[in-house]
Write a protein that binds this ligand. Structure first.
Ligand code: ATP
Length: 546
């Protein structure tokens, strides 16, 4: 479908401007193409000229010609009827100038776009890219093949006309970020991705850190026919409640202990480090099961040996305070086989754990996962002989920009090296500006939804490469479920409408007025001291008298 004619080159080297009489189809982010001859290498290695469709994305629009202003003076009268009354033809009154950025032609061998760096000549006709071309070229995945995640459709195309799939292998190994203001669809979109990863043709092993209890309804997958395999596969969704979450004390490192204790002095650190060393070396028995008591006692012993008794005494209450809660235990812990299995999605419900405990928990778990995967890849015995994907809701809590989180170090290591070892991370956050810059830039696939806050918009612009300003300018105007998808899982960024979930969404806002009304109806509304009229003694008698 021809939509316009090129009139001039754009301001930037790979931009051009075309004119169209109707811009309704040509919203910012829409795809168009023109044809041009480009030099390509054929199968014999010879250079030949071939006609190619050169794709481009609409980046801005302006009206070049429209009705004169005085035709619009009266909002009750349409400009067309003013023109008719004046005997002026309304044909061709509207004319729009559209700027487009060249993406390139799709190179089948590369499986990606190649920019020929040829700007179309004035007079070249511009056509709207077809739905089928876009489905085929925008992402590098065959929807019919295993490992594709049906995420939704193209935002600007009519509903049901396009299908967009993302390659699970890609985003699950090179990490993912889902960034948006609150209520814009982050947990909804992440749940869609999990639904896709738990299908019979993927059977992922997923661990979700869920501080708000938003992912429990994924359990519906267990009985939904869409998720059942012909061979008896059925996804398992395991919810772990906060009271069942424990860290075994022996899994801590000495620097974990330092961070847990309330600002210990140098002498206290010295005593603690030595006591910990001795307990961990197992010289006193079983180094796997260390209790708070064991640690306190050992500190007293070391304190005595070193002449640092007062430091050891001061450590006593600090250790009690740091490890005395329910989270730390001498034997209970979350074992990797309990958490991670193929075809299992484990939801760690962290809602009643405080922030420091959540960070420590994630730090310990990530360390264990990293160790197990490194062991496996190096050919040694391991509890994890399959890749894993971890999804972190409130990602800024675990990788904060100010660096103040126990989990940040190991998370950084996994994000930079996890790909080699089969550990993928998905960071979800409503505050991109509060996430560590390196962490954000290591998430190679980005799903970005409505963002209003200018600081967060700037963080996205900085941390997310290759998403044009034109698309990022759309961020404030997106509605829930609309997203920019960019990064390594796609061949060029685009706007998408995320599909509806198969499972129900648990994180709906509370219907406050309904809850107030229900609560009011449920409460005892009788003023105290009075009884129902018909329960009053003698009432029946009075009625009878009347
Ligand atoms: N793809 C979609 N299709 C239909 N509705 C959607 C979609 N995405 C989001 N919504 C709607 O938007 C609401 C908010 O989505 P969601 O709970 O995922 O937001 P959020 O960004 O995770 O919010 P919060 O930061 O508060 O957790 C949902 O309850 C749902 O009604």
């Amino acid at each position: 479908m021809t939509v316009g004619i090129v009139c001039e080159p754009g301001e930037q080297a790979n931009e051009f401007v075309f004119v169209t009489p109707d811009d309704t189809e040509l919203k910012t982010g829409e795809f168009i193409f023109y044809e041009s001859s480009v030099t390509v290498e054929n199968d014999d290695g010879d250079l030949v000229e071939e006609k190619k469709k050169i794709f481009a994305r609409v980046t801005s629009r302006e009206q070049k010609r429209g009705f004169p202003d005085n035709f619009m003076a009266d909002p009750g009268v349409s400009p067309e009827s003013v023109a008719r009354r004046l005997g002026i033809s309304t044909e061709g009154v509207d004319l729009y100038k559209i700027t487009a950025t060249i993406i390139g032609y799709f190179d089948e061998k590369l499986g990606d776009f190649t920019n020929p760096r040829i700007v179309p000549q004035p007079g070249t006709t511009i056509e709207l890219a077809s739905d089928t071309d876009l489905e085929e070229y925008l992402t590098d995945v065959d929807p019919e093949e295993e490992g594709s995640a049906r995420i939704g459709e193209l935002l600007h195309r009519p509903p049901g006309k396009t299908q967009i799939d993302l390659p699970i292998d890609n985003f699950a190994s090179t990490h993912l970020s889902v960034l948006a203001s609150t209520g814009s669809g982050k947990s909804y979109t992440s749940s869609v991705l999990i639904e896709e990863m738990m299908q019979p043709d993927s059977r992922a092993s997923i661990l979700i850190a869920d501080p708000h209890g938003e992912y429990g309804s994924l359990q519906e997958m267990e009985t939904d026919d869409r998720f059942q395999g012909d061979d008896g596969y059925s996804p398992e969704v395991k919810k772990i409640k906060p009271e069942d979450i424990h860290i075994r004390i022996s899994e801590l490192t000495v620097s974990d202990l330092f961070s847990l204790l309330d600002d210990p002095s140098d002498a206290q650190e010295q005593v603690l480090a030595e006591a910990w060393d001795e307990l961990q070396s197992g010289s006193d028995g079983n180094s796997e099961y260390i209790s708070t008591n064991d640690l306190q006692q050992k500190c007293q012993e070391v304190g005595k040996e070193k002449g640092l008794e007062s430091s050891a005494r001061a450590l006593d209450w600090r250790i009690e305070k740091a490890l005395g809660g329910d989270l730390f235990h001498h034997s209970k812990h979350l074992s990797l086989p309990e958490l991670l299995q193929p075809g299992r999605c484990t939801v760690l419900q962290l809602d009643t754990l405080d922030l420091r405990d959540q960070q420590m928990l994630l730090s310990v778990l990530f360390r264990k996962i990293n160790h197990a995967r490194v062991e496996h890849v190096k050919g040694r015995d391991s509890e994890l002989d399959f890749p894993v994907f971890t999804l972190l809701e409130e990602g800024h809590r675990f990788a904060p920009a100010d660096g103040d989180a126990r989990s940040l170090g190991i998370l950084g290591t996994i994000l930079s090296e996890g790909r080699k070892f089969g550990i993928g991370v998905g960071i979800i956050s409503q505050r991109p500006s509060k996430i560590d810059d390196d962490v954000l830039s290591q998430c190679k696939t980005q799903i970005i939804m409505q963002i209003q806050n200018p600081l967060d918009q700037d963080a996205v612009k900085k941390g997310v490469e290759d998403v044009g300003e034109d698309l990022l300018d759309e961020l404030p105007g997106l509605t829930p479920g609309q997203a920019i998808i960019a990064g390594d899982s796609v061949n060029t960024p685009f706007l998408a409408q995320i599909r509806e979930r198969y499972t129900s969404h648990e994180a709906e806002s509370l219907p406050a007025t309904e809850l107030w009304t229900d609560a009011w109806n449920g409460q005892d509304t009788e003023p105290s001291g009075l009884t129902e009229a018909d329960e009053e003694e003698g009432v029946e008698d009075r009625d009878a008298l009347i």
